[in-house]
Design a protein around this ligand. Structure first.
Ligand code: GLN
Length: 293
C-alpha cells in the first residue's frame, strides 16, 4: 500500500507564489531612449512621468480593494475549520464560523475588504475560483499536485492527517486491513482520492458531507471512514460507538486557493498570512477552536 505524503508540495506552492514578473514597460522605454544623448532629457521626463503614473495606479489599486468584497468559497460542513453554529456570529455576519472563516476574516480586514462567505459543495470550490465567482477557496483545502494545475495556493497555514474512523469493536486496526472493505469518504476530498487510488473506486462510497459518511458508518453501510483528523475528532466525540485508529493514513498541508495566475491577490494573502503568523493571531484563532492535547 502506498501512503501519500503531499506536504512536500508545499514547496511547489511557495515557488508558484514567488514567481516574479519581468521588467516594466517604463524601464524598457527608458533604456532604449538612453542610447542617444539627444533623447536623454526626454527619457528622464518619460521615466518620471511613468513612475508617477505607476504610483498613482498602485494607490488607486489599494483604494479600489478598500471596501471591496472578498468572496470566500467554502463547504461549511468541516468542523472546526468551517461549520454552521447558530449560537455564534461569523466574520461575515452569518452563522458560519471556524478556523478558516476567522483566518479569512482577519485577511479581509488587513486588506480593507469585506468578507463574504459562500457555502457550496466541496468539489465546486475550484470551478467557482476558475470562473471568477469566488476570490478565495478556504476549506481545509489540501495542496495537491492535481489541484495546482487548476488553482494557485497560498503559503500553508496548517498541517493535517487523513485518519481512519471505525466502529468500536471493529476488526480494522490500520490501513492494511482496509483491503476489500467499503470505505466512506466525502466526495472530491483527498480522503476520496487516496482511498480510490489505494483500494479501488468500487470500494469507496462517496457522500456530500463528511458527517454523512460517518452516519453511514454508524448504520453499517460502510466499514470505515477516511477523513481529516480535526473533523474526525469532532465527529467521533459527537457520536457514541466510534473510534479513531492511531495509524495515520496520509499527511498533508492546508492552504488558501486562488484563481490560477492571480498573483496580485496571492501576494496580498501571503503578506497578510505572514503578519497573522508573526503576531500570534493565527495561533489564537486555532486555539479558540482546537484545545491543546
Ligand atoms: N483536506 C481535504 C481536501 O482538501 C478535505 C477538505 C474538506 O473536506 N473541506 O480534500
Amino acid at each position: 500500500m502506498k501512503k501519500k505524503f503531499v506536504c512536500l508540495l508545499m514547496a511547489a506552492a511557495c515557488t508558484a507564489s514567488l514567481a516574479a514578473c519581468g521588467g516594466s514597460a517604463s524601464e524598457t522605454t527608458a533604456a532604449a531612449a538612453a542610447d542617444t544623448t539627444a533623447a536623454e532629457t526626454k527619457a528622464a521626463d518619460d521615466t518620471t512621468a511613468a513612475e508617477a503614473e505607476e504610483t498613482t495606479a498602485a494607490e488607486e489599486k489599494e483604494e479600489a480593494s478598500e471596501g471591496k468584497q472578498l468572496i470566500m468559497a467554502t463547504n461549511a460542513e468541516f468542523p472546526p475549520y468551517e461549520y454552521h453554529d447558530s449560537s455564534m456570529t461569523g466574520p461575515d455576519g452569518s452563522d458560519i464560523v471556524g478556523i478558516d472563516a476567522e483566518i479569512a476574516g482577519a485577511i479581509a480586514e488587513k486588506l480593507g475588504m469585506e468578507l463574504v462567505i459562500e457555502d457550496i459543495a466541496f468539489d465546486s470550490i475550484i470551478p467557482e475560483l476558475q470562473s471568477g465567482k469566488a476570490d478565495i477557496g478556504a476549506a481545509g483545502m489540501t495542496v495537491t499536485e492535481d489541484r495546482l494545475v487548476n488553482v494557485d495556493f497560498s503559503d500553508t497555514y496548517a498541517t493535517a492527517v487523513q485518519v481512519i474512523i471505525v466502529t468500536e469493536g471493529s476488526e480494522i486496526a490500520g490501513p492494511d486491513d482496509l483491503a476489500e472493505k467499503t470505505i466512506g469518504v466525502q466526495q472530491g476530498t483527498t480522503g476520496d482520492i487516496y482511498a480510490s487510488d489505494d483500494f479501488g473506486d468500487e470500494n469507496v462510497d462517496r457522500y456530500p458531507k463528511g458527517v454523512d459518511a460517518v452516519q453511514a458508518l454508524l448504520q453499517g453501510k460502510v466499514d470505515a471512514v477516511i477523513i481529516d483528523n480535526e473533523p474526525a475528532k469532532v465527529f467521533v466525540s459527537e457520536n457514541e460507538g466510534l473510534k479513531l485508529l492511531d495509524t495515520a493514513y496520509a499527511e498533508e498541508e492546508y492552504a488558501i486557493a486562488v484563481k490560477k495566475g492571480n498573483t496580485e491577490l496571492l501576494d496580498q494573502i501571503n503578506g497578510a498570512l505572514a503578519e497573522l503568523k508573526e503576531s500570534g493571531t493565527l495561533d489564537e484563532i486555532v486555539a479558540k477552536y482546537i484545545s491543546a492535547e
